[in-house]
Design a binder for this molecule. Structure first.
Ligand code: ADP
Length: 237
């Protein structure tokens, strides 16, 4: 595989082993995977097959045991932590099942935090955070704290936080896992909208076939490997 063929991300023969001796677990057993800019990919597979590990490894949050990961033509697998942190901060956004919002901060304060931590001025950070909250339809809730918002609203704040710095890619681990069906549909419609309007690439770990059905591509994993891939024609909810 050539790492210069225009893919946003490529990984070759990625392996990840946790622990040693009796507790040794081969979580990834040789994954080859490639992502194009603007794609919306679902990663599916049974519990424990390595989905979250793959997401952590591809995003550089976790160190791989062997193999190669190239992101925008740069070697992520051998990058120093500091540079990797900077790359993640500028080019990636993250959404988790439990939202991971800071409870003592308001919605807008949560959203502007990644910008402030990158050294963006408070006034520009606030302006961009307001815009991002507008895009997820939460302008009116901007001064509410997470505890005073529904699960769906909290996840929309988390989406605003993930996209506030215009990342190339957003990694989402079971983003609707804690939401009911109706709210799941709303959050997925929003993700589809951001994917289409902003061109943001999404990788979504999910066990929900309804979520997978609105992505452009489904990658199936089992026992630490990619076993099958399917392209979707782009359904809708
Ligand atoms: P999935 O997301 O598909 O449920 P995971 O990536 O969470 O799967 O886990 C893959 C395998 O790696 C499982 O056997 C799990 O127990 C193991 N594993 C995941 N994280 C760790 C860790 N931090 N330490 C040890 N083993 C882990």
């Amino acid at each position: 595989m050539n790492h210069n063929d225009g893919a946003l991300l490529q990984c070759m023969n990625v392996k990840k082993v946790y622990g040693r001796g009796e507790s040794r677990t081969e979580a990834l057993r040789g994954v080859d995977f490639s992502l194009s800019q603007g794609e919306m990919t679902a990663i599916m597979g049974p519990s424990g097959c390595g989905k979250t590990t793959l997401l952590h490894c591809l995003s550089g949050m976790d160190q791989i045991t062997s193999g190669e990961i190239w992101f925008q033509g740069q070697e992520l697998h051998s990058m120093k932590e500091k540079r990797k942190d900077a790359l993640r901060g500028s080019a990636m956004g993250f959404v988790f099942q439990n939202y991971n919002l800071i409870p003592v901060l308001t919605a807008v304060e949560n959203v502007e935090l990644p910008l402030l931590s990158q050294g963006v001025s408070p006034s520009v950070s606030r302006k961009k955070a307001m815009e991002a909250l507008g895009k997820v339809g939460l302008h009116e809730r901007r001064f509410h704290k997470p505890a005073h918002m529904s699960g769906g609203q909290q996840q929309r704040v988390a989406l605003a936080r993930a996209m506030v710095h215009n990342p190339q890619i957003i990694w989402a681990d079971e983003p609707t896992g804690a939401l009911d069906r109706e709210t799941t549909d709303k959050v997925m419609q929003l993700i589809q909208h951001l994917n289409r309007e902003e061109g943001t690439t999404f990788v979504i770990v999910t066990h929900d076939p309804r979520i997978a059905s609105v992505t452009s591509r489904i990658v199936y994993m089992d026992s630490g490997k990619v076993i099958h891939e399917k392209r979707n024609d782009g359904g809708g909810m």
